[in-house]
Design a protein around this ligand. Structure first.
Ligand code: SAH
Length: 251
């Protein structure tokens, strides 16, 4: 059995209990080397075989899994954050299906949520935005034109932009071209939940300079939207005049 596990954003306590249990039991671990916190690997049992997938091709990863499966070993494929977000797991799962190798996916805390925690920010504020867009700028992996940052910016929803900090100038330009006013607040969270976590806040006008000054060029989340402003309506959920299934109106 192969367990595809979300390792969480970095803090080793942010892996799920299930993920940790499976990691502790694994005979073979293949981890995404660039971002998975190596401290997690210390949880593995003695004799566990550990591979860093950063230096492996898809074929090599699959071959490694196949070899372990043939020996009935327990395999963990450890991905950063949640594996469903830019995890490149679909192609791995499809190869496993073709080979009739059983697998399960254990979700993890994605870095866009660890970033909200770091910012002490709710992304879905009443009358500001009720939508979170998870996206990236086009890089070596292209993005369909209809999903360009400029096109998505027309919604002025809360946007969490992955894999794009090294192109912050382009990101800002697209967001403004798409319709965000240039004084829209924006925050950068580098290495959310790691001891070296860094936060930079600004507006679309000044953020690129601040990012450069702070020396942030990788492993960072870009969060943009009016939710980062301070003015918003209070939620209906805790409003005394708003009743729901679990609470009747206060007399
Ligand atoms: N599956 C992962 C994302 C992998 S793509 C997840 O769910 O989080 C890698 C990108 O994720 C990085 O370029 C960065 O934009 C973001 N990222 C990963 N870990 C991060 C962290 N701890 N803090 C901020 N951004 C992070």
């Amino acid at each position: 059995m192969v367990h595809i596990i979300g390792a969480g954003p970095g803090d080793p306590e942010l892996i799920t209990i299930k993920g940790r249990r499976l990691l502790q039991n694994a005979d073979v671990v293949i981890y995404a080397g660039s971002l998975v916190n190596p401290v997690l690997l210390e949880m593995t049992k003695k004799g566990c075989e550990i591979h860093n997938s950063a230096s492996m091709t898809l074929d090599e990863v699959i071959a490694c899994i196949e070899k372990a499966e043939a020996k009935h070993l327990d395999v963990v494929r450890l991905h950063t954050g949640d594996p469903a977000i830019y995890g490149a797991i679909q192609e791995q799962m499809d190869e496993l299906k073709k080979r009739h190798i059983d697998f399960e996916v254990i979700p993890g805390v994605s870095s866009f949520l660890a970033s909200a925690a770091a910012l002490q920010q709710e992304y879905t504020l009443p009358e500001i935005s009720q939508t979170v867009i998870v996206t990236r700028n086009a890089g070596r992996t292209p993005v369909p034109e209809r999903e360009s940052l400029k096109a998505l910016a027309t919604h002025q929803a809360t946007m969490c932009i992955f894999l794009s900090i090294q192109m912050i100038e382009d990101v800002v330009k697209e967001l403004i071209d798409g319709g965000y006013p240039s004084d829209t607040p924006i925050a950068i969270v580098q290495k959310a939940s790691w001891p070296e976590q860094k936060i930079v806040r600004g507006t679309l006008t000044d953020i690129a300079g601040k990012v450069r000054e702070a020396g942030i060029s990788r492993t960072a989340m870009i969060v943009v939207g009016h939710c980062l402003d301070t003015e918003y309506a209070l939620s209906k959920l805790y409003d005394p005049s708003f009743t729901h299934m679990y609470r009747k109106a206060h007399e």
